[in-house]
Design a protein around this ligand. Structure first.
Ligand code: C5J
Length: 222
């Protein structure tokens, strides 16, 4: 069995069942004036992982392996936005409000788009999700089943919120999950470190973590 060098031990990879899932690499999380900034975050950290996410995406495309993108967003009429999510805390702008990049976190608005450098290409699945986890209220499970995917490499933001939530959802559904360390980021470096540690603790209780170079090296031989 082929393996990817990983922590806490080698990831037993089956290339014919492997996909990359890129979580929420949207302008709303990475640029001033978006959702992430409205919560008081310094969003500059997010842009720094774009080159590593890009080469991971390119590696999967070159190997002919599926790339799936997710976007956290809501319908224009807010019918899929629970009041508990909209009303939480004291942000400068709430979901659905008009911001400098259009309505915050609303499907189809400029700020909700995936960063242009990482834009999906024809044939790649894009999952719009109203929650933090990508399985909740979406067709992701059906997409993975149809494609015969049982192993997921994770990239995207933020490590401890949507990435970790989706990894936990996937792990409970029987998928083997591998997080690409340089291709994920948080607004809080200590939360990224803690999420990585808790994911791979206790014998990979949620999943594995690996370096982008080691993942690329493995799929180059897929
Ligand atoms: C957050 C996400 N952090 N994509 N969303 O609200 O992690």
């Amino acid at each position: 069995m082929a393996e990817i060098k990983a922590e806490p031990f080698a990831f037993p990879v089956r290339h014919d069942q492997l996909a990359l899932i890129v979580i929420d690499m949207q302008r709303d999380f990475a640029e001033p004036g978006g959702f992430g900034a409205s919560l008081g975050n310094d969003v500059s950290r997010i842009g720094r992982i774009v080159p590593d996410v890009k080469r991971l995406i390119q590696g999967f495309r070159n190997a002919g392996l599926p790339v799936i993108h997710t976007m956290e967003c809501h319908r224009a009429d807010l019918s899929d936005l629970p009041p508990s999510k909209r009303d939480r805390g004291n942000p400068m702008l709430r979901i659905g409000d008009d911001g400098p990049m259009g309505r915050i976190l609303i499907a189809g608005e400029p700020g909700t788009a995936i960063l242009p450098e990482l834009a999906p290409i024809d044939g790649e699945e894009v999952i719009e999700k109203p929650g933090k986890g990508a399985f909740y209220a979406t067709g992701l499970g059906d997409v993975l089943q149809r494609k015969g995917i049982r192993q997921l490499v994770f990239a995207g933001v933020t490590t401890e919120v949507c990435v970790q939530t989706t990894m936990r959802e996937a792990n409970d559904r029987g998928y083997e999950c591998l997080l690409a360390e340089e291709a994920t980021e948080s607004y809080f470096p200590e939360f990224k470190a803690a999420a990585i540690a808790m994911i791979r603790a206790q014998g990979a209780i949620v999943g594995w973590t690996a370096h982008v170079d080691d993942i690329l090296e493995s799929i180059a031989h897929a």
